[in-house]
Ligand binder design. Structure first.
Ligand SMILES: Cc1cc2nc3c(=O)[nH]c(=O)nc-3n(C[C@H](O)[C@H](O)[C@H](O)COP(=O)(O)OP(=O)(O)OC[C@H]3O[C@@H](n4cnc5c(N)ncnc54)[C@H](O)[C@@H]3O)c2cc1C
Length: 324
């Protein structure tokens, strides 16, 4: 929205000579209104389909029995089939305890009501880049710190370079190949230590180093559901867990590895879509073609359909912002 207003003159829409400003407190009120509306709408849709919703934390036990700890005490529900969809939670790193004011993850960042003057974003993946971009739009001085050799790890190197160039033009200070070592708070600011003896003083640290699947949050005691050491629930290609009649979906589920799509192989169960700036190889499946109407034909995505459908929106945002 802010960018649109800033660029309005290009379309002949005069907004005066005053630079537009952001009042995040107002934005948050609107955001909450939109969320409340969507929650209400979804609630009506579910009610219309005879879905009973229990508010609370569910725990799956033996024999498909789910205990929901809710505001009015526990409720016990039994079902022939159970779908686990407990999602993921932001990862943090030692030395950067999230306090919601000086150190935040993407969860808390979405609720800030003031634009910080100086921000360090730790992690140059899709979420880190997205927030670095947003905060730079707001007017923050942004430093982006990525431990891998290039930002957007897992993405085609040409795309990563395009985003980096765009960030440079927008004065986002990008450092890659730099692990962070810790930070030293003083008053309302903190100094982040990274790389070889480098530091940056900021008013907010955004930790965006990935997300951990919440495989362990649904009880599962006495079941044959397997949670691996990374928190993923192991499923087969039909999303079946080790417990008959219990399935896992979404960010939580670790499907068997797809066959390698090309010369790139991935070690993660759900690889990020490889957005490439080269023509697809002959082996590319129809799903590998662009899935967005009007998308530039030079972009294509991994033939791994679930990865593509899950994350394409986000990657397009990164790409479109990069070229903006
Ligand atoms: C900052 C950010 C930006 C993103 N942008 C995009 C994007 O642009 N496009 C895109 O495609 N994807 C995007 N994603 C990814 C997308 O949000 C996830 O892929 C998606 O939300 C995963 O859905 P899910 O249902 O698996 O998990 P979630 O959306 O995490 O839902 C899990 C739910 O389960 C609840 N829960 C957990 N444990 C229990 C329990 N024991 N009992 C009851 N409830 C429980 C949680 O409270 C949560 O509400 C983004 C993610 C982040 C963090």
């Amino acid at each position: 929205m802010l960018r649109t207003v800033r660029g309005a003159a290009e379309f002949g829409v005069a907004t005066g000579r005053v630079e537009p400003t952001v009042d995040l407190a107002v934005s948050q009120v609107r955001k909450q209104k939109v969320i409340d509306g969507m929650v209400k709408g979804l609630g009506s849709l579910l009610a219309g389909r005879d879905v009973t919703v229990y508010d609370g934390t569910g725990r799956l036990g033996v024999d498909h029995v789910v205990t929901v700890d809710g505001p009015d005490g526990p409720v016990v529900v039994a079902a022939d089939h159970v779908v686990l969809a407990t999602g993921s939670t932001p990862r943090t790193i030692p030395g950067f305890e999230v306090d919601g004011s000086l150190v935040v993850t993407s969860d808390e960042l979405l609720s800030i009501t003031e634009v910080p003057d100086r921000v360090a974003v730790i992690g140059g993946g899709a979420i880190g880049c997205e927030f670095a971009s947003m905060l730079a739009d707001y007017g923050s001085a942004v430093t982006l710190l990525e431990a891998a050799a290039e930002i957007l790890p897992g993405c085609d190197i040409d795309v990563a370079k395009t985003v980096r160039r765009s960030f440079r033009r927008r004065r986002i200070d990008v450092h890659s190949g730099v692990p962070v070592h810790g930070h030293d708070p003083s008053d309302a600011a903190t100094t982040v230590r990274f790389g070889d003896d480098s530091t940056v003083e900021v008013d907010l640290v955004v930790v965006a180093v990935g997300r951990r699947p919440r495989g362990d949050s649904a009880g599962l005691v006495g079941t044959r559901v397997v949670v691996d050491e990374r928190g993923f629930i192991q499923v087969d290609d039909r999303l079946r867990t080790g417990e008959p009649g219990v399935y896992a979906v979404g960010r939580l589920a670790a499907r068997p590895h797809p066959p390698p799509a090309s010369h790139h192989s991935h070690s993660r169960p759900l690889p990020p879509p490889c957005v490439r700036v080269s023509p697809p190889p002959p082996a590319a499946t129809p799903q590998a073609r662009p899935m967005v109407a009007g998308a530039p034909t030079c972009f294509w995505v991994s033939p791994h359909p679930s990865a593509a459908t899950l994350n394409l929106g986000r990657w397009w945002q990164v790409l479109l912002r990069a070229s903006g």
